[in-house]
Design a protein around this ligand. Structure first.
Ligand code: NAD
Length: 264
């Protein structure tokens, strides 16, 4: 992939630590020659994220809380001042109260429904609004989704509903921004052990289930998600927009338990 992203500049939102999907994507983009800026969420993450991204020579490392419009405005203003324009944005951000990522979806509270939707779905549109203005020569936006958007997955609950809305918003954004050669896609990643995933009830069971039952008989890595994001963010994906690319070892294609899988 050497040189694939040479001359391209983009923002990575959602690195929390070295296990983050956003970090796998950042590494793939860096190796391909992209120039990167990062956002992290508040001082708690700053301590971990600033030293982590340092070896990638980031142009900017900024504090940004996506629930705060002023914080988003300041992020894109800083990028405009630094670069003038931008070629891509990676949005790898989601949140829900973990007390509601177990038990029944029907018990979701209105407060957590609104918060989960705002952070996990609306924030991508809020980012797209601001990125559009800086994507003067076209661009590519990628967000992260999960199969719980399409089918009921245990404990995923309100996040499944938020991801379904996120995938729908990818299609609407693709139509709105396509005239400006801005592409909008999501990656539906298989389960990976990250900080966010640890909030989902029985996550280890979900990992094992995917390992036994996906066509490739394994789970996926953040590096593999990173390489697929590289495809969507680079000119290799130039005719792809409004797409939800499954990077899940094929799990989404399966309708029944693998008969050879051990009992769980
Ligand atoms: P992660 O915990 O490493 O990343 C989640 C990020 O969201 C963190 O960096 C956190 O700071 C950020 N965030 C949450 N609320 C925010 C706010 N208000 N403002 C700014 N940032 C905020 O976990 P991850 O698994 O790498 O998650 C990245 C994305 O991938 C999420 O959208 C997640 O739903 C999605 N995803 C994860 C999996 C998985 O199994 N890990 C599978 C499919 C999709």
């Amino acid at each position: 992939f050497d040189g694939l992203m040479k001359g391209k500049r983009g923002l990575i939102m959602g690195v929390a630590n070295q296990h983050s999907i956003a970090w796998g994507i950042a590494q793939a983009l860096h190796e391909a020659g992209a120039e990167l800026a990062f956002t992290y969420q508040g001082d708690v993450f700053k301590k971990r994220v600033v030293p982590l991204v340092e070896p990638l020579n980031p142009a900017l490392v900024l504090d940004c809380d996506v629930t705060d419009a002023a914080s988003l405005d300041a992020t894109f203003k800083a990028i405009e001042e630094k670069w003038g324009s931008i070629d891509f944005v990676v949005h790898a951000i989601a949140f829900s109260d973990k007390d509601e990522l177990k038990g029944r979806y029907v018990d979701t509270t209105p407060g957590n429904f609104a918060l989960s939707m705002n952070i996990s779905c609306y924030s991508f549109t809020a980012v797209a609004q601001r990125a559009e203005k800086l994507m003067t020569d076209g661009g590519s936006l990628v967000t992260l989704s999960y199969y719980g958007a399409e089918k009921v997955m245990p404990h995923y609950n309100v996040m499944g509903v938020a991801k379904a809305a996120l995938e729908a918003s990818v299609r609407y954004l693709a139509e709105d921004l396509g005239k400006k050669a801005i592409r909008v896609n999501s990656i539906s990643a298989g389960p990976i052990k990250t900080l966010a995933a640890s909030g989902v009830g029985d996550f280890r069971y979900i990992l094992k289930w995917n390992e036994y039952n996906s066509p490739l008989r394994r789970t996926v890595t953040t590096q593999e998600v990173g390489n697929s994001a590289l495809f969507l963010l680079s000119d290799l994906g130039k005719a792809v927009t409004g797409e939800n690319l499954h990077v899940d070892a094929g799990y989404h294609a399966i309708g029944m338990k693998n008969p050879e899988a051990p009992d769980m």
